[in-house]
Write a protein that binds this ligand. Structure first.
Ligand code: 0L1
Ligand code: MG
Length: 262
């Protein structure tokens, strides 16, 4: 750790204010270039404490930067992780008000819901599949608080990995009988397919991202309880949206889920 408590608190407050007021900021490492990984996750923890103090409840976690292409682009070799609270959840087909956000983008993801807890270190794809109740399509709405999505990795971790909203739905499916690597994913905007991929784009297998999350939490003394929802990471690049857009995600064997932007 390089930052003291009051600096960590101040940065968490600053990022949350940007989120609540839907205004952007230069990345925080501009003023704190010596910030380390522990500082970054400590700011994220403080962001969560602030939300909890106002009544928000943790409903799950997200994995970010899970595609090898995006990791190479960012010069990193492991994903980043964030939390999901109930305030972020939208109903299938709901209207998302753009005025509440800065510059949202949507990502097509495969979501997991656990029937048994997962604890790292030592978690692996097999353990994740054994602990999974079902998988289902999920659209993550990311909204970096950083101006023009310009950030480095430590800044983005502090900003809860750009988490803003999410919707899950479709036809939840048990993992037995599904090959999540070859499972096709189609993201449509206004009826047109704008991003296509398969589950293997996420670390070779989406369950590998969930295992990496369990191992990350294990190193920090936490675990994933039964019932946790996990967004395993974008299968394709993120897609920008505008008011009037309708976004639908179809995932092979799991039905579809959608959002309207107003
Ligand atoms: O969920 C994600 O993969 C996004 C991680 C943060 C980086 C970004 O805002 O693009
Ligand atoms: Mg994502």
């Amino acid at each position: 750790m390089t930052l003291d408590d009051s600096t960590l608190d101040g940065l968490a407050e600053h990022l949350e204010t940007c989120q609540v007021q839907a205004r952007d900021t230069p990345k925080i490492t501009d003023d704190h270039p010596g910030m380390d990984w522990e500082d970054a996750y400590a700011i994220q923890d403080r962001l969560l404490q602030r939300k909890r103090a106002r009544g928000a409840r943790v409903v799950g976690f997200k994995c970010g930067l899970t595609s090898h292409a995006k990791m190479r682009q960012m010069g990193v070799d492991e994903p980043v992780f964030g939390f999901l609270v109930d305030d972020f959840a939208l109903a299938d087909g709901a209207a998302l008000r753009m005025a509440e956000l800065i510059h949202p983008k949507v990502e097509p993801e495969i979501a997991f819901v656990l029937k048994r807890e997962l604890r790292g270190p030592g978690c692996h794809v097999g353990a994740v599949l054994a602990a999974t109740d079902f998988v289902l399509p999920g659209i993550e709405v990311i909204d970096s608080r950083y101006r023009d999505f310009k950030f480095d990795l430590k800044s983005v971790i502090a900003d809860n990995t750009s988490a803003a909203r999410f919707v899950v739905g479709g036809k939840p499916a048990p993992v037995y009988g599904l090959d999540l690597r070859t499972c096709g994913v189609v993201l449509e905007k206004n009826g047109e397919a704008v991003a296509l991929g398969a589950g293997a784009a996420v670390l070779g297998h989406p369950a590998a991202a969930v295992a990496a999350l369990a191992n990350h939490l294990g190193r920090r003394g936490h675990h994933l309880p039964a019932g946790t929802l996990i967004l395993s990471g974008g299968v394709t690049e993120a897609v920008a949206v505008a008011p009037g857009d309708h976004v639908a995600l179809r995932v092979q064997g799991m039905g579809q889920v959608g959002l309207r932007l107003v």
